[in-house]
Design a protein around this ligand. Structure first.
Ligand SMILES: NC(=O)c1ccc[n+]([C@@H]2O[C@H](COP(=O)([O-])OP(=O)(O)OC[C@H]3O[C@@H](n4cnc5c(N)ncnc54)[C@H](OP(=O)(O)O)[C@@H]3O)[C@@H](O)[C@H]2O)c1
Length: 278
């Protein structure tokens, strides 16, 4: 298979380049092709003639999206649409990365793929609108929603916690947001399998299990053998520009239907901690 990865310099993109073997992979950054530039996108896709395009490129600064709304929609929605149109013209399949933030977080049981979108943040809106437009332009595309992504080679929650824990005796972390941590390596492997199985439709791809950010931080500090105390606080005490869903656990039933299972997040975290120090 020939595969073009847009967003290859990001956290997931780097893992995809490392993990994907046996196929012909081309990885592109925003310098190679800014997805807001429809002509450029068409040009690189026509040149590469891929069987699959993995669209991992996005403006992912959730709080930044609140103040830079035009940028959020031009990259995350309009840019994605440019890629979908180019894929359609070139006869390529498209796997688009979306987010748990398309949901409002008001459920108390895992979100299924057919649950209603009701984003609470600009980032979430930009992803939710992208999903809807993509399904119009390319009904057979695959939308892989993931959450709480972490891995080596980029900014992520465990990295931030480890840096803070190295210098502070106490860390306050929110305990009223619950979700599924997802290791970039495991997500990359699942994406590879989804492409090989010619998956289509919406699929939820996260590590197994769930926790709060506090629970995640406590496990990170413990796993790294640090003595830092981690204290639970509320979202209100740690106000951020973008609202986050209180509960955004994604059901993996859709992924299991493709015959794919994911490791537990605690196991993934241990592998991340080993990878980070190696
Ligand atoms: N991180 C999470 O917790 C999380 C959760 C749910 C879903 N997701 C989704 O998963 C995907 C991968 O996330 P990530 O954390 O790997 O992202 P990331 O580390 O922030 O990387 C973003 C990537 O997008 C590229 N990019 C940004 N603007 C672009 C533009 N205008 N044109 C072309 N490329 C552009 C960047 O290229 P340059 O390096 O050239 O700027 C970079 O390769 C994204 O779609 C994200 O929305 C992430």
């Amino acid at each position: 298979m020939k595969v073009t990865i847009l967003g290859a310099t990001g956290l997931l993109g780097k893992a995809l380049l490392r993990e994907w073997s046996g196929d012909e992979i081309v990885g592109l950054s925003s310098r190679d092709a800014d997805i807001r530039d429809a002509d450029k996108v068409r040009e690189v896709i026509n040149e590469a003639r891929p069987d699959w395009i993995v669209l991992a490129a996005a403006y992912t600064d959730v709080d930044g999206c609140e103040t830079h709304q035009d940028l959020a929609f031009s990259v995350n929605r309009d840019g994605a649409l440019n890629v979908a149109k180019a894929a359609s013209e070139a006869g390529a399949r498209l796997l688009f990365l979306s987010s748990d933030y398309v949901f409002d977080g008001k459920k108390t049981s895992p979100y299924e793929t057919a649950d209603a979108r009701n984003p609470q943040s600009v980032y979430g809106y930009s992803k939710a609108e992208a999903e809807l437009r993509l399904l119009e332009v390319l009904p057979q595309c695959c939308i892989a929603r993931t959450s709480w992504l972490f891995g080596v080679g980029g900014k992520c929650f465990p990295d931030t916690i480890l840096k803070l824990a190295a210098t502070r005796p106490v860390l306050d972390v929110v305990n009223d947001q619950v979700g599924c941590p997802t290791y970039s390596v495991d997500l990359a492997r699942a994406i590879t399998q989804l492409c090989r199985k010619y998956a289509r439709g919406i699929v939820h791809v996260t590590n197994t299990g769930h926790c709060s950010w506090f629970g995640f931080a406590r496990e990170i500090v413990r796993g790294a053998g640090l003595a830092t105390e981690v204290r639970p606080v509320t979202s209100q005490q740690m106000a951020r520009p973008a609202p986050r869903p209180a509960y955004s656990v994604l059901s993996r039933a859709s992924l299991n239907q493709w015959g794919i299972t994911m490791p537990q997040w605690q196991d993934a975290l241990q592998r991340y901690l080993r990878e980070r120090i190696s």
